[in-house]
Design a protein around this ligand. Structure first.
Ligand code: NAP
Length: 263
């Protein structure tokens, strides 16, 4: 068994998940990377290894039970332990007003954003209990203040917040938190801007166009640093909460375990 903590990160082929994986590996974790795009996942793993880290790419889809079983099994086989799970895989579509909603597309989103996190959690639970590990569910500020056209996405993230609280009640050996990254410069933001006002609203569209125009989108490394630290070091005082990288308790953990000049 390895001495280093082992993290499983879903949605690690790009964006926030890939940035989090690079930082977690840089501060000493073995990272197990999951997403559907095998080539992109391999590129992230190669980059981490080139920087001296340990990364294991395991292509898979969080909506497939067998893939979720496999990623945890492969992690345990290779590293002998699982210390943290970051349920980061997520989709934003359908962006559509409720009156135009296609329930089948809502269902597809819920299968990724909510049930995918549940599947991964159930597979990892026995190992996280053993390590007294951590689960971080990547939620969104939209779960607290929904925007027009974001119904499916906001519902899934609100459900993840409650799922996190259920874990706190039921799994006392594990520290579980929900995380809101803020507006991050990833493909997901491109998709939101491209959806236009007709599928959201004039206000929502203007807000997201404004993030890009005013340069207020965050580089993925900013919330990614906090996400990596939470998966390794989240403390009991924040469990069950929906926390931001700006939260002073989270910032204190980052300053202690992963100051920006270290990894
Ligand atoms: N960007 C923002 O402003 C923002 C704000 C708040 C919250 N978030 C949340 O942050 C997380 C990461 O988003 P991002 O901005 O980095 O978006 P992104 O660039 O679109 O990345 C999404 C990731 O999820 C993976 N994924 C999607 N469906 C999957 C599936 N069925 N199985 C496995 N992996 C899957 C994608 O990889 P493959 O396509 O290769 O599978 C990709 O790695 C999401 O949960 C998102 O809701 C983002």
């Amino acid at each position: 068994m390895t001495d280093k903590p082992t993290l499983i990160i879903t949605g690690a082929s790009r964006g926030l998940g890939a940035a989090t994986a690079r930082i977690a590996a840089g501060i000493g974790a073995n990272v197990v990377l999951m997403a559907r795009s095998a080539a992109d996942l391999e590129d992230v793993a190669r980059e981490i290894r080139a920087a001296g880290g340990t990364a294991l790419p395991v292509p898979g889809d969080v909506t497939h039970a067998e893939d979720c079983r496999r990623v945890v099994a492969v992690a345990v086989e290779r590293f002998g332990r699982v210390d943290g799970l970051i349920n980061n895989a997520g989709v934003i579509e359908p962006l559509a007003r409720v009156a135009d909603a296609d329930p089948d597309v809502w269902e597809a989103l819920l299968h990724v954003n909510l049930i995918g996190a549940l599947r991964m959690t159930c597979e990892a639970l026995p190992f996280l209990r053993r390590s007294q590990g951590r689960i971080v569910n990547v939620s969104s500020g939209v779960s607290l203040t929904p925007r027009a056209g974001f119904g499916a996405y906001a519902a899934s993230k609100g459900a993840l917040n409650v799922f996190t609280k259920s874990l706190v009640l039921e799994e006392p050996r594990i520290t579980s938190v929900a995380f809101r990254p803020g507006p991050v410069d990833t493909i997901m933001q491109d998709v939101i801007r491209a959806a236009g006002p007709a599928r959201t609203s004039d206000e929502t569209h203007a807000e997201f166009m404004g993030h890009k125009a005013q340069g207020t989108l965050l580089p993925p490394e900013v919330p990614g640093r906090a996400l990596a630290v939470l998966a390794l070091y989240a403390t009991r005082d924040i469990e069950g909460e929906l926390v931001s990288w700006k939260d002073e308790r989270v910032a204190a953990l980052v300053a202690r375990y992963a100051p920006a000049d270290r990894a």
